[in-house]
Design a protein around this ligand. Structure first.
Ligand code: NAD
Ligand code: UFG
Length: 335
């Protein structure tokens, strides 16, 4: 039996493909390369030593999904494929609803036609909205403040409904906190197009000399140094969380939301210092106003992942910074 990885050439999907493959899972990938590059496939082969079974296609295309399900015995789907830029989702809401929600429904219909009843879904800490206290616990209320966030909230509800309608279905809603870092090989990592929106990719562009300085969005939050606090998690730890979730889904039915974070908060300036320490490169920054929609502090209660999956994050902030830097700065510094 095989595991279908949608969006498997993207940032988190590619790291998860490696961890699955190294855990002995047989994987099949579908991606439309809307936010990734074909080169990733060769790198996956170099790292795992195995040929990757890959279909270039869109999860909104039923024909390609039926082809995949007829050519492979798919036992479970790990579903990463989706659009993820918060700002873009505000400008193009219909594209986000159509791709993320429409794509997921199409995928669930293809699974239903073939009797495939296990899905691990990429949700986000964004579903905790702006009003819950930290640490975020899975049974807190969910909401969103932008179309991207609403797609995650709605897909969580869709999967819950599917599980109610079919008692044999297993859906795990993995709520990721802030994934950073990269594979130790330096061959794969996060590769955003244009000017990055997220903190670590932006810091790395400054470290690489491609952007002059970092804008720190606010230093008047009620936090350790006034800057925003996030639960950064190494992408390889996150990937291992999927291997553990898949094992859990094999012996359980019903829907479970599970946080994947470290349970520890790090401020924007603490992350800047950690990057400076491990790379020896000064990161110039300027304090600007708060970014609309940002919350002050976001970190996970990680009890449930440990109890249900026996999983917890192992890699610390320094390792995350070192691995991000090895990927981005590979031709510029030696780590
Ligand atoms: P990514 O953009 O690197 O990967 C997503 C992949 O899906 C890309 O390779 C893209 O080409 C593909 N894709 C998009 N739409 C598709 C479609 N219709 N058909 C086929 N392929 C399609 O993003 P990522 O950071 O790896 O995120 C993976 C998932 O995790 C996404 O659903 C994202 O919303 C979620 N998530 C990410 C973060 C984060 O900070 N990176 C946080 C929380 C949740
Ligand atoms: N920040 C800066 N300067 C930048 C970029 C970010 O100061 O150039 C700050 C932000 O204000 C925030 C922190 O760095 O305090 C982290 O910002 P990111 O954009 O890296 O991450 P967010 O926590 O805002 O958002 C991420 C994902 C979203 C997801 C959310 C919750 O990008 O998709 O986590 O899971 F919804």
């Amino acid at each position: 039996m095989s595991v279908l990885v949608t969006g498997g050439t993207g940032f988190i999907g590619s790291h998860t493909a490696i961890q699955l493959s190294q855990a002995g899972e047989d994987i099949v990938i579908i991606d439309n390369f809307s936010n990734s590059k074909p080169e990733v496939l060769g790198k996956l082969k170099t790292i795992t030593g195995k040929e990757v079974r890959f279909y270039e296609g869109d999860i909104r295309d039923s024909a390609v999904l039926d082809k995949i399900f007829s050519e492979n015995a798919i036992e479970a789907v790990i579903h990463f494929a989706g659009l993820k830029a918060v700002g873009e989702s505000v400008e193009k809401p219909l594209e986000y609803y159509e791709n993320n929600i429409g794509g997921t429904i199409n995928l669930l219909e293809a699974m239903k036609r073939r009797g495939c009843k296990k899905m691990i879904f990429s949700s986000s800490a964004t579903v905790y909205g702006n009003d819950n206290p930290v640490p975020f616990v899975e049974d807190m209320s969910t909401s969103a403040i932008n179309p991207y966030g609403w797609t995650k909230v709605m897909i969580e509800h869709i999967l819950e409904s599917v599980c109610i309608s079919d008692p044999e279905f297993s859906a795990i809603l993995l709520r990721y906190f802030n994934p950073i870092g990269a594979h130790k090989s330096g061959l794969i990592g996060e590769d955003p197009q244009g000017i990055p929106n997220n903190l670590m990719p932006y810091i790395m562009k400054v470290a690489a000399g491609e952007l002059p300085y970092l804008r720190v969005y606010g230093n008047d939050y009620d936090t350790v140094d006034g800057t925003g606090v996030r639960d950064f998690i190494h992408v390889v730890d996150l990937a291992d969380g999927h291997v553990a979730a898949l094992r859990y889904a094999r012996s359980h039915t019903g829907v479970e939301a599970v946080n994947l974070g470290t349970g520890k908060g790090t401020s924007v300036l603490e992350l800047v210092s950690a990057v400076e320490k491990v790379t020896g490169i000064k990161i110039p920054y300027e304090i600007t106003g708060r970014r609309t929609g940002d919350i002050a502090i976001c970190y996970a209660d990680v009890t449930k992942a440990k109890e249900l999956f026996g999983w917890e994050a192992k890699r610390d902030i320094d390792e995350m910074c070192e691995d991000s830097a090895r990927w981005v700065l590979k031709n510029k510094i030696i780590l």
